[in-house]
Every structure is written in C-alpha cells, then in structure tokens.
Design a protein around this ligand. Structure first.
Ligand SMILES: [Fe+2]
Length: 387
C-alpha cells in the first residue's frame, strides 16, 4: 500500500560495548561547559554515574553537576526542582543517565531552560517555541526508547494524569548505548522494560500513522525481543541483554516517527493513578488490546505472530493474528508479569481509568476505534486475566 510519510531522526546513535568512552568527544562537540547529569539514586548507587563522571573528568570537564532526585514516573515537581538546580549551575549541556524517567525528566528540565514557564504549558504536540540545551541520553534500561524520541511523559500531580509533550526539539542530540551498562540489570527490570519496548514496536507498527520505514524496524525489534527476552531474564546472558538494549532503541525509533496507541492510553492511565511502573502497566494490558485490535488488521497481526516465533504455516491469517495475543499472554506468564488485580487496581476506579484512557492523545490512532465503553471492558478483562 502506498503511503506518504516523513522520517526525521535527529539523534546520533553510538552503540557498542564500552560505548561510554565516546562521551567526552560527544560532550566536546556539543560545547559542554557546565554539565548537569540527570539521574536517579538507584543508578547512582550502582556506580554508573561515577563512571560517567570519571569519563568526563578524564576528558577535561570540570563543571560536572548531578541531579539525582528522579523517581519512577517522573513528576512535575521533580522537573521544577531540577530546573532550579540547572539554573543555579548554569547548565549548558544535559546528560540523562538512567531509564525513561531520567531521560524524560532531563527533557522537561531542558524545556524549561529553553522556554521558561511551567511544564504543564507544553502538553501536546509542537508547543515549544525555542530549543532546549543539547542533551546526551545514556539509557541504563532496555526498553524506554526515550533516548531517540521527541517525547516526554511527565505525571501531572494536580490532575493525577500523565501528560505527554511531543516535539522534535526534545530529541536527544546523542544516544550512547553501552551494553556494559545493562549487563547487571536485575531480571525484573529487564522483563518490565523489554515488555514496554515490545508494546512500542507493536503499537508503532499497527497504529494509523505507521509508515514503511518504521514497519520494517518494528518487525525486526519484535523478533529480537521475542528471541532474547527469556534468555536475558532467566539466563543472565550478556548478549541477550545487549540485543534487548538494541531492540529497545529500535522500538523507540518506531514510536519517535509514529505513535503509541491504546496499550499506552490504558497503561498511562494506570501509571497516573497508581504509580504503576510503566513497563508493568503496559505488559499487563498488551495481550487484551492485541486480541481486541487483531481483527482490525489481520495481516499485520499475523506478521507479528511470525516475529513472535509462532509457527503460523498451518493457520489461517485470522488464526495467526489472534495467536499473537495469546503468545504475549504466555510471555507475561513466563515473566511473572502481575495482572491488574495483583497490581492493586480497584474495580471502582475502572470507569475513571477508562475515561482517562479515552482522553489520551494517542487514542485516535489505535487501529480499531475505542471509546471509554470499550476501554472499560478491556480494563475488566485485563483485571480478570482473560483476553
Ligand atoms: Fe512506553
């Protein structure tokens, strides 16, 4: 099918074992002088921030500052706090070290440095008038994809709602993927963040704004995740983890050019209300949304089934499409992903969750129409663990 599209990826990607050693030269080309590292306390305690600082010091950088107040599901108040600190140290280069939370917080801080005001004002698409300072993203998880996207998702504390800011100016200048940084990642973090990446690849592939370039990347990412996730989680295998890191970035490229869809609409509603980890929220919802969407694009879901490793040779396309949802449900079971009831979702909150999911700006690109009525049914199914 012919399709008009535009593909614009402004991020330079440096990937490989020991890739962190490239940091000083990248910081130099971005004219870094006062550098603010945005991270969380866990990543700092793991010694990764020390390694980043050592590389920068050895590269001759003296003005290196650390903001480590990032929590999972970054909040508006953390962005404001980081912005105040960035102003104090006159930061002219941001380096995000961590998962999606740290990268998105750095983007939020960058928005305020460049544009001032309150972070809530920039909700939506293309709301930034001025660029932010340069940003180098160093992911330490295997699924966010935020290192290559122009999106930031921040929890609005007042509305208990995850607000999305999308603008190509938010794309990091450089993403450094060093497989050594994910080698000792705990299995439960690998499982959750890779399932987020899988939902990025699937949603970016099936959504209404999909495009040929990212379709190709998405299918490769799905295959890479399916082949490596169990080995990485249970086998402590270095190469499998490195492959998942690569797949997470590829899935990030997919959504940087397209969009996410109903899984994220529901997952972000959960994260906003219950502070559920993003990857867990999406993973627990992914199979039920796949089963709902499959009949709207049987061809694409049948291809997803193949990439997930299902032998579809003796199936009809429709059977294969539906089988893709069952395969992800089995993957969730193998990875001990909790159901919505185990997450602690309350049945009385489901109507509000459904309304929040419908209000999400990615709702309109889901391949099959969804209103709060269908979202309520999907939440109930995910709660009961059926698809
Ligand atoms: Fe996500």
């Amino acid at each position: 099918m012919l399709k008009d599209f535009m593909f614009h990826l402004p991020t330079k990607i440096v990937s490989g074992r020991g890739g962190l050693s490239e940091l000083p030269s990248e910081a130099r080309s971005l004219k870094g002088r006062n550098i603010l590292i945005v991270t969380d306390k866990g990543v700092r305690a793991a010694g990764i921030v020390d390694r980043v600082v050592t590389h920068l010091n050895e590269g001759g950088f003296r003005g290196v500052y650390i903001f480590d107040d990032v929590a999972p599901n970054p909040r508006t108040d953390e962005v404001n706090k980081g912005y105040i600190y960035a102003k104090k140290v006159e930061a002219n280069l941001l380096i995000a070290v961590g998962g999606g939370s740290s990268i998105d917080t750095a983007k939020g801080i960058g928005i305020l440095i460049g544009n001032g005001g309150q972070i809530e004002e920039y909700e939506g698409i293309d709301k930034l008038k001025k660029p932010m300072p340069p940003l180098i993203a160093i992911p330490t998880t295997v699924g966010t994809g935020s290192e290559v996207t122009g999106f930031a998702v921040i929890t609005d504390l007042k509305r208990k709602f995850k607000l999305t800011i999308g603008d190509v100016k938010l794309s990091p200048n450089v993403a450094i993927l060093d497989s050594d940084l994910v080698a000792s990642l705990p299995p439960r973090i690998i499982a959750a963040t890779s399932m987020d990446a899988l939902s990025h690849a699937i949603e970016g592939y099936v959504c209404k704004v999909s495009m040929p370039v990212t379709d190709a990347i998405a299918l490769y990412a799905i295959e890479l995740i399916a082949k490596n996730i169990r080995t990485a989680v249970y086998g402590d295998d270095y190469e499998a983890k490195a492959n998942l890191q690569l797949a997470g970035m590829l899935a990030g490229i997919v959504i940087s050019q397209t969009d996410v869809a109903s899984v994220h609409c529901m997952g972000e509603a959960l994260g906003g209300m219950y502070d559920t980890a993003h990857g867990i929220a999406n993973a627990s919802i992914l199979p039920v949304v796949m089963a709902y969407n499959a009949i709207a694009d049987i061809d694409k879901y049948a291809k997803i089934a193949k990439c997930l490793g299902i032998d579809t040779d003796h199936m009809t396309k429709r059977e294969a499409a539906i089988a893709s949802a069952h395969a992800v449900k089995e993957l969730n079971e193998d990875l001990s992903i909790p159901s919505l009831s185990e997450i602690g979702v309350r049945e009385e909150d489901m109507r509000t969750l459904a309304e929040k999911a419908e209000a999400n700006m990615s709702n309109s690109v889901n391949p099959r129409a969804v209103t709060s009525v269908e979202y309520l049914t999907l939440f109930k199914k995910a709660y009961e663990g059926i698809i």
